[in-house]
Ligand binder design. Structure first.
Ligand code: DOR
Ligand code: ZN
Length: 349
């Protein structure tokens, strides 16, 4: 049996939701990750210091007792974002970063930014103050093919932003193309890579009928892109780090409207590990999961360690959402019903 001990990882891109779903899912992340960057696309988005404080409090209250997990809060940029509020929130450690969603790019993004150029003044202050900008990198023009939206965003928007603000700390989130892999390396920015984009290509959505279980945004692309992402993630290069984009949707909603998002937090570490083993790169896993992120953000890696063992690990078909001991909903996890080769043993000191 192979074992691996690494510094406790962080999740640099996570959706925790609110209320009952938050209460039922947070332990999947808080148990084995030190910190997570929490996305602000709640039903009412996190657009102010007040909302971020309130949301953080509800997250901390939902944590298992004596958990040391630290949620890192983000502010949702809109056309009306107030520069003072943004920078004040950053300076006072309320916001860890700001998130840019182009309007209507994904789940709960209708408040997103309509014209990115209008935010350039804000980007300038962020650059001056060292505040990171996290980007959902897709254009939303209906004429642009869904599978081309990341590349077009890089050409039309991101390349302008990096040119004008060369010192702005930018993370291109959940990259899905080899075009993005190249851009990130050539332009001195960071990128998160999800487990699902390392495992599936766009075929997954069309096997056995239209299957929304594998629908997320940005949508998975052709196989050559998946292979390029696997090379990037397992390379150990400092610009690529772990961000699950775990995005739970209740089964009834997923089945009804096919909403975008894959819930991978119950199996994220094991899912990534499978990829690193297949690519013969287990030695680089700690860099991707635990070191490159803190290095990018200029913060210390976690102190605790995590022990991982290679043993068969059957993934549940569904995760129950429970209220007062009654099952009130279910969420399908990534790899549902599969047997993964790795398991998290637990925290070691
Ligand atoms: O697939 C996705 N789901 N992509 C996103 O960017 C948002 C997320 C969600 O919140 O469900
Ligand atoms: Zn996301």
């Amino acid at each position: 049996m192979k074992t691996l001990t690494i510094i406790k990882p962080d999740d640099w891109h996570l959706h925790l939701r609110e209320g009952l779903v938050l209460k039922n899912i947070i332990h999947f992340t808080s148990e084995f990750f030190g910190r997570a960057v929490v996305m602000p696309n709640t039903k009412t988005p996190i657009t102010s210091i007040e909302r971020a404080r309130y949301y953080k409090k509800s997250i901390v209250e939902a944590l298992p007792e004596s958990s040391k997990f630290e949620p890192l809060m983000t502010i949702y940029l809109t056309d009306d974002t107030d520069k003072e509020e943004l920078i004040n929130g950053f300076k006072n450690n309320i916001f860890f970063a700001a998130k840019l969603y182009p309007a209507n790019a994904t789940t709960n993004s209708s408040y997103g930014v309509k014209k990115i150029e209008n935010l350039y003044k804000i980007f300038e202050s962020m650059q001056d103050n060292g505040m990171p900008l996290l980007i959902h990198g897709e254009v939303t023009d209906s004429e642009v093919d869904v599978f081309d939206r990341e590349e077009v965003f890089i050409d039309k928007e991101l390349s302008q932003i990096t040119k004008r603000f060369p010192k702005l700390k930018i993370v291109l989130e959940h990259i899905t193309t080899s075009y993005a892999v190249d851009f990130v390396q050539e332009n001195n920015i960071g990128a998160t890579i999800t487990p699902h984009h390392l495992h599936i290509n766009r075929n997954a959505m069309f096997f056995g009928g239209l299957n929304s279980d594998f629908y997320c945004l940005p949508v998975a692309k052709r196989e050559n892109n998946r292979l390029s992402l696997r090379r990037a993630a397992t390379s150990g290069k400092k610009c690529f780090f772990l961000g699950t984009d775990s995005a739970p949707h209740l089964r009834k909603w997923k089945a009804f409207c096919g909403c975008a998002g894959i819930f991978n937090s119950p199996v994220a570490i094991e899912s990534y590990l499978t990829v690193f083993e297949e690519e013969d790169a287990l030695d680089n896993f700690e860099k991707f999961a635990s070191l490159n992120g803190p290095n990018f953000y200029n913060i210390s890696p976690n102190l605790e360690k995590l022990k991982l063992v290679s043993r068969p690990n059957k993934v549940k078909e569904f995760i129950d959402v429970v209220e007062d001991e009654n099952i009130v909903g279910q969420i399908k996890p990534f790899h549902a019903g599969e047997i993964l080769r790795w398991q998290v043993e637990g925290i070691v000191n």
